[in-house]
Design a protein around this ligand. Structure first.
Ligand SMILES: NC(=O)c1ccc[n+]([C@@H]2O[C@H](COP(=O)([O-])OP(=O)(O)OC[C@H]3O[C@@H](n4cnc5c(N)ncnc54)[C@H](OP(=O)(O)O)[C@@H]3O)[C@@H](O)[C@H]2O)c1
Length: 342
């Protein structure tokens, strides 16, 4: 049955995540009756093309969500905390792309291929889109959990600069251009240190325990998505000088032995997962292959002798597509389909 058209307000339409949402809405041909583009007063009046038509960006203000079926919030946690209650009060269901509500009881965090049943808990009309790498990990770990049971997970992430928004992209562009032209790069503007030709082992604020917000969030979100609250998991998150596409190395302990070929078969059968695993031919996941792909790419599968029934692998995901906008639009479609028929 074709889905009924619905109206949306997109907050953060001028940003990296917001622009990706518009692209995905176009690509999936989502039936929309109205699209309202919102951002700060800085961007008001700017025009963005959507489905071949220029759309004017409006400054978000009370009343902006009235008459909209869904509010898609892609403007960061602070803006989400301010505007999600307004959008709800004005009658819109909310899909939030920030970390503002991801840990709140009563706010499901959902990857449709992993825990679609959690959407039933969206009684408050608010659903959280998980973080990019939590989406990637959940997609890959769910079939492995089903095949052999996870006992522990250690993860190292390689996170691109667009994960820090358009300002992260601008910083790398500027620094790379300065350095290639023999100029001293200007002080960093978004990522704490120079990122061009460098690695920065910090994503998010570092807590008193030495763990960064990204590392803690990744472990917490992955456990929640998989329904494995006790899974021992640790992460090290590293910002790398790549524009688009995150990657991660995963080292897993399993409850039962799982041959590498069985692991490959389980991953091949999983939705939104693509196995690229012929290392002898140079075929494995890389950010440049993940860009514009709506699957998580997984490869370099091998036994890990350091862990019980150990398995190691490498993955890559487009942080702005399945790691962001695609998952968010899938959630919007599912919520819109649940609206009562007028
Ligand atoms: N980048 C990614 O890979 C990615 C992936 C998944 C999820 N996300 C999430 O998406 C959100 C936005 O990230 P981004 O990477 O798109 O950042 P960004 O490129 O810096 O864009 C931020 C957007 O939010 C708007 N905005 C900022 N503060 C606002 C406020 N107080 N009120 C209204 N609008 C405001 C900006 O409007 P102006 O243009 O007017 O300043 C801009 O449209 C974050 O929560 C992030 O965690 C990002």
């Amino acid at each position: 049955m074709p889905s009924r058209p619905f109206s949306i307000a997109l907050l953060g339409a001028t940003g990296a995540a917001g622009r990706a949402v518009l692209e995905v809405l176009e690509d999936r041909d989502v039936p929309l009756s109205e699209v309202k583009l919102l951002a700060t007063a800085r961007s008001a009046g700017q025009e963005i093309d959507f489905r071949g038509e220029p759309h004017k960006v409006q400054a978000v203000a009370p009343g902006a969500f009235r008459g909209c079926d869904l509010a898609l919030l892609c403007a960061g946690a602070e803006a989400s905390r301010a505007w999600a209650p307004v959008a709800r009060a004005e009658g819109a269901l909310v899909v939030d792309d920030s970390a503002a509500f991801r840990d709140e009881a009563g706010v499901p965090s959902v990857v449709p291929e992993v825990n679609p049943e959690a959407l039933d808990l969206a009684a408050g009309g608010l659903v959280a889109n998980p973080g990019s790498l939590a989406i990637a990990l959940a997609l890959v770990l769910k079939p492995l959990q089903a095949a052999a049971g996870l006992t522990q997970a250690v993860c190292v992430t390689y996170q691109c600069v667009s994960g820090a928004g358009l300002r992260g992209v601008e910083q790398l562009e500027r620094e790379a251009s300065d350095l290639m032209n023999g100029r001293e790069p200007q002080p960093p503007t978004r990522i704490r240190h120079r990122i061009a030709f460098n690695l920065v082992p910090q994503v998010g604020e570092v807590g008193a325990d030495g763990v960064s917000a990204e590392e803690a969030g990744l472990a917490r979100e992955t456990r929640r998505l998989l329904g494995l609250p006790g899974l021992p998991m640790s992460a090290t998150a590293v910002r790398v000088p790549v524009f688009y596409g995150h990657a991660a190395a995963l080292h897993l302990g399993l409850a039962r032995p799982l041959a590498v070929e069985e692991a490959r078969a389980a991953l091949r059968a999983a939705p939104s997962v693509k196995v690229l695993d012929q290392p002898g031919e140079g075929i494995y996941p890389m950010p440049m292959l993940a860009v514009n792909d709506d699957s998580v790419l997984v490869g370099r599968l091998r036994a890990d002798a350091a862990l019980p029934n150990g398995l190691a692998l490498f993955l890559s995901i487009d942080n702005l597509r399945k790691g962001g906008a695609t998952n968010l639009v899938q959630l919007a479609e599912l919520l819109a389909a649940r609206r009562p028929v007028a």
